[in-house]
Design a protein around this ligand. Sequence first.
Ligand SMILES: Cc1cc2nc3c(=O)[nH]c(=O)nc-3n(C[C@H](O)[C@H](O)[C@H](O)COP(=O)(O)OP(=O)(O)OC[C@H]3O[C@@H](n4cnc5c(N)ncnc54)[C@H](O)[C@@H]3O)c2cc1C
Length: 297
Amino acid sequence: MNKKIFSEKCNLSSYTTIKVGGVAEYFAEPRNLNEFSYLIKWANLNKLRCQVIGAGSNLLINNIFIKGIVICTKKMKLLKIEPYSGIVEAEAGVMLPVLSNSLAKNGLRGGEWAVGIPGTLGGAIYMNAGAYNLSLAKNLISVKVINNKTHKIFEIEKKDINFEYRFSSFQRNDLIIISARLRFEPNGNLEQIIKTTKNNLKLKTETQPYYQPSFGSVFKNPKNNYAAKLIDDLGLKGFQIGGAEISTMHSNFIINNSSASSKDIYELITVIQQKVLQNRGIYLQPEVRMIGFDYPN
Ligand SMILES: Cc1cc2nc3c(=O)[nH]c(=O)nc-3n(C[C@H](O)[C@H](O)[C@H](O)COP(=O)(O)OP(=O)(O)OC[C@H]3O[C@@H](n4cnc5c(N)ncnc54)[C@H](O)[C@@H]3O)c2cc1C
């Protein structure tokens, strides 16, 4: 590869939905598998840490210098839909709202829930993101991956992937998601599917601070409880540290009031955890992933 396909000293704040982030030593947005695998090999050859991000919608990146290379998948966005069989092939950077709306337009059922999640397919598989007790795991056939250490590219079948609530085995291995094959239900009622998809987005925007900078739900729901309710019951709605605020619309969301630093947000997360633990004896585990902090992800 002759052309340099990465940049140096890239500010990552515009690559996260909460609009904070540090400076990556190297940064790249590969447009295809060739570029992707080249970057991973290049990072390994130069003994650089390689971290992959999608839409940054579940990420808190510390405002520090992030050594190594950060690779963003958002330009890997090929999407092939076979309306008759319901088979879908999508690259890691395909956004869930795009996938959801495209499925609806093709009369495919099963992706209506995903319309309001502003993340990529890769991020959604990694996080096992979901709504209304549904996630992509239900429709998954297989995932194409590249090993971050060996550079080997191979396909994993769904049966060999462990999915739990906001967890997938990708959180414990060195595999980077390149693309996935999925199957949705064909021959649905087009009008009905489009209506349900639209309604799901409407519901989301009416109940969550959807248009403000956030990273979605901060904490996982503890067993038989709701993080939002625990936070709400302590009267913490609207509580702020610096520019970080617990949303008055949804207590499990932290919003960036334009000037928040990653430190403000991290401190607010810690304060919520301490207050809920002291008052209710429950430890709230963050759903959000962190880069550049000592927090064990
Ligand atoms: C307004 C709002 C609403 C949201 N609503 C929901 C919701 O209803 N349900 C829900 O589950 N989540 C929700 N989220 C959170 C978030 O959108 C999801 O977790 C989403 O799946 C994250 O995808 P991403 O591409 O943004 O991943 P990122 O935030 O970029 O990354 C998340 C993690 O995935 C890893 N990763 C990303 N891509 C890859 C890849 N290709 N290969 C390997 N690892 C990868 C990253 O290293 C990181 O650890 C919401 C967020 C916002 C801002």
